[in-house]
Design a binder for this molecule. Structure first.
Ligand SMILES: *[C@@H]1O[C@H](CO)[C@@H](O)[C@H](O)[C@H]1NC(C)=O
Ligand SMILES: *[C@@H]1O[C@H](CO)[C@@H](O)[C@H](O)[C@H]1NC(C)=O
Length: 101
């Protein structure tokens, strides 16, 4: 089974725009921002009720993934650096957002 992931922009650049991944496989999405004074990237998943679930965040190069969600956050949240979200065992289609602050 293939799952579809859509990502939307929130004053930041996300890539790839959308990805397909097989059930149970890892999926990786990247996010970067170009705002000098920002050093934090937050990752969210949109739930079926349209609420956003915080998956974790990165401050400079320190990751704070929420426990129990099977996500990994790597890279850097500094200006023009890639911050990577890895969803370790993809089991549904979902919309993911990143935001910079
Ligand atoms: C899908 O993965 C999430 C995050 O790891 C987990 O909380 C959820 O229980 C899983 N759902 C199923 C149906 O396995
Ligand atoms: C960030 O990722 C993009 C897409 O993979 C890549 O083209 C770019 O060179 C990367 N930027 C940095 C600073 O690593």
């Amino acid at each position: 089974m293939m799952y579809f992931i859509l990502m939307l922009l929130d004053q930041v650049h996300q890539s790839p725009g959308d990805i397909y991944s097989k059930s149970g496989e890892e999926a990786t999405i990247k996010c970067l921002h170009s705002i000098q004074s920002y050093d934090r990237i937050l990752w969210y998943k949109q739930l079926k009720n349209r609420q956003l679930q915080l998956l974790g965040y990165m401050e400079l190069t320190i990751a704070y993934p929420e426990p129990g969600l099977d996500v990994k956050i790597d890279g850097s949240a500094d200006k023009d650096q890639n911050c990577t979200l890895t969803i370790e065992r993809l089991n549904s289609s979902a919309v993911y957002f990143c935001a910079a602050s």
